[in-house]
Design a binder for this molecule. Sequence first.
Ligand code: AAO
Length: 511
Amino acid sequence: MKFFLLFSALGLCWAQYAPHTQQGRTSIVHLFEWRWADIAEECERYLGPKGFGGVQVSPPNENVVITNPYRPWWERYQPVSYKLCSRSGNEDEFRNMVTRCNNVGVRIYVDAIINHMCGVGNAAGTSSTCGSYYNPHNRDFPAVPYSGWDFNDGKCKTESGGIENYVDPFQVRDCRLSGLLDLALEKDYVRSKIAEYLNHLIAIGVAGFRIDASKHMWPGDIKAVLDKLHNLSTNWFPEGSRPFIYQEVIDLGGEAIKSSEYVGNGRVTEFKYGAKLGTVIRKWNGEKMSYLKNWGEGWGFMPSDRALVFVDNHDNQRGHGAGGASILTFWDARLYKMAVGFMLAHPYGITRVMSSYYWQRHFENGKDVNDWTGPPNNNGMTKEITINPDTTCGNGWVCEHRWRQIRNMVAFRNVVDGQPFSNWWDNGSNQVAFGRGNRGFIVFNNDDWSLSSTLQTGLPAGTYCDVISGDKVDGNCTGIKIYVSGEGMAHFSISNSAEDPFIAIHSESKL
Ligand code: AAO
């Protein structure tokens, strides 16, 4: 029995399902398109001190340089080689970032593009981020090297060579996604080349991987690659730690491929989460926040301990990928903050916060024709992140993770980690509240009228600072104060026209 307990405890902290964040840190932030030098600074000056668990970074390997349109963000999803050489920086800068982030307790997760190389339609040449030659027409990628033998051309049965129908699992796995040359992951040579790339990153000190386009690879092929991976670096991780794995599988139902096929390999992105939460908070299709009482598995999501969740991602915040119009983003800031607040307070899944940049949205026939726009740049060189006096970001970077409401809810999640979902209350409409054991409590008013209620918080008596309207600073609250009685009861009033119609308190916001 003792052995069994020991084994299951070790299993929990070692397996590919654990993000290997430092004790007391729970969330990942996706610093989309940031330079390595800026991420290193951000770990030290902000993410470490504020309790962020880790960073998902943009693909670090060499990719095609696309000039029409001019340097779109999506060029980074078209690999040319596995050299660490991209718009975000070179290998030295990458190493420096990983070391500095790990040293302040912030982990790095790499967006790994292993399903394919670049688009078949690119011209041969050296238009790549490190100048490596490639020839998509001949399937020649000498900097890896890959050749015609290493792609699925013979295996795909569609006329176009591309995925034509998502109801056929063979097409989805063996044909090209958007014309991207599909690697033959059944081959040990290809598996070994990919594993070599990922092991290089592990040796540098990364803690895990987002496996891009996992739906387009057979689960068994992904497993064969993962089985070749080394344990994490003992410079920062306990001996025997396996890399954290989260696979990008879009399963909104109605297709052949199910996310459940991938949970044996690691965690899986739960795309239903953001799509449904957006629908509820927008009050579309008759949805109400009171229906969130059984949020999680109760809504048909995968098991919590296998899920990676987010309100929006780099694709669906600009109409790529899936999720549709319900997805909330920084463009709808008021509703977005509520959605992110709900996600971070709720125990389901491992949470990922999005951090974006602005672009000039321009809709024609309902489609944003500028959805390709790359990060803020000067002639293609990504601009640095500047910090304004009020701690927000400049130079065109949104930095949602620095918004007080979001940053403080990341801290809330750390404070309530491991506590049960408790003390649910709702008004049958869009006013809801819930707690996390005796450590935290949150109240939302998404109705068109005011909320005024006395609720059981589960918290010890005392005065608490609301961390949405302000902070606890020098033993005082800069925002709203909440008084919890000896019985755990507190009165809340939230106007429907409040800047942020929600209130959150926790053990560490107590005066
Ligand atoms: C670019 C150009 C292309 C060009 C290509 C090659 O835009 O015109 O052909 O280069 O030259 C990103 C961009 C792409 C870009 C690519 C390479 O988004 O525009 O192509 O880089 O530069 C599918 C995949 C999913 C993928 C998503 C975008 O399953 O893996 O498409 N996401 C990842 C990355 C993403 C990246 C890639 C993969 C490629 O996050 O940034 O692409 O590395 C259905 C399917 C989904 C499918 C979507 C979109 O979704 O279920 O699996 O995602 O369609 O094709 C309802 C349904 C929902 C459905 C949705 C849309 O909501 O419920 O299931 O409708 O129909």
